[in-house]
Design a protein around this ligand. Sequence first.
Ligand code: NOJ
Length: 517
Amino acid sequence: MALPWWRRGAIYQIYPRSFADADGDGIGDLRGIAAHLDHLEALGVEAVWLSPFYRSPMKDFGYDVADYTDVDPVFGTLADFDALVAEAHARGIRVIVDVVPNHSSDQHPWFVESRASRGNPKRDWYVWRDGREGGTEPPNGWRSAFPAVERAWSYNEATEQWWLHSFLPEQPDLNWDNPEVEAAIHDVLRFWLDRGVDGFRIDVTQKIAKDPAMRDDVPGEPARSEDWQPTIHERLRRLRAVADAYEGERILVGEVYLLDLERVVAYVNGGDELHLAHNFVFLQLDWDAAAFRASIDRWDELSSEAAWPAWFLSNHDHPRVASRFDEGTGLGEARARAVLLMLYALRGTPFVFQGEELGLPDAEIPDDRIVDVDGRDPERAPIPWAPPSDAGPGAGFTTGEPWLPITAEAERLNVAAQEADPASTLHLTRALARLRAAEPALQDGAQRTYDAGPDVLAWTRGDAFIALVNFAAESRPATLPGGGEVALSSDPKREVGPVGDTITLAPGEGLVLRRSC
Ligand code: NOJ
């Protein structure tokens, strides 16, 4: 049976504000994405996931949705969206959109009504409670996921009740215990499915089921404000049924932000909930070969036949790999390349965040340019498409003033310069995609990690391939039983050709070898 499309190759995350700006206002837009489909096609991605482009006051840059079924004017129009989907599909690139079911914007008409009075028909669409201590204290001790926000409750003077917000006060939590809310979100999915999308990335999936009694957390026990076992899985099964009612394979990828692999795997093991769950346990690992091996093995131990991993090490909420794993070694870029190789060579779907194919570091954001409440501007800096010396200070991202500063390394780290350099990270990413596409063993071949020596992560794919990554800051020997031939290295200095049963890996090198036997 042919492998489902979402298992074959990479899914590429686009953060629309920072990808490409077609109208010169300094903010990326849908027409900007459409103008760069050549880049995505050359990368060989199976699909793109678009972070939110819906109408929004942008307090959380689109994760505060004021209209789930319209495009914010800053990003374009529904017609632009339809054109983008048609053009992407014509090139064989599928389109996944973000859905934000846990909360809306406080400007969403549902919340405007809900807030208006206790008797409003939409009152129960959000989570309103009386305060403690005669109303002056919040209903419980739940905290916002943004440390700067502190408590997850704000007080509405007019109706003398508190509303729950797991993020900003301007992002009130929807009440998923109300079936009307669930039905309304199902309709949102259908709206985009009808327009031809191939799936959804579901924001903070684990938060759409909470303890209805809203009890305080108990230290050492799982939080009660998320992943509520009696209800989460049935809600996911119903979301899955919405997607399954459509032709073709429309997928659900959950942001499942739980740092307990057992609980994450439960979202995919049944085969009737999420297709893929982003694994944040993996994202948060230290740069340590033994830790990576243990985590990869743990996933395999816990997962069922139906489950399929989603591997990623960066997104718009976390520092970029080249910065995070540099650790003062000067190897950040080499490690970013090795990470790309690892993501493509592991059994599972690689997720590539825009700019990782260039090995971008985080951008420096001066204090007077900070716009995010949670310190996430550096990884959201715009993509440099061309050297500033050719394209001006907007680096081909915009002809205007970019909404966030572009990386200081844009002169070297940009698409045009890397296009012209066969040794670039861009060419490495394309080569990884080509190799995986040509080799079924790298798609769904069995995987086994093995001990190749200290600081080396090593695994086999089927009988035909071995992959190795050197986590040390120095060269390291690695054993490869039976020897083989270099198929692809992340190190441009590596010579292709046959190797015996040990090989010396350069600092930060990743390697895929074709086995001799
Ligand atoms: C996760 C998103 O990735 C993040 O950017 C956002 O701030 C929160 N969810 C709230 O929607």
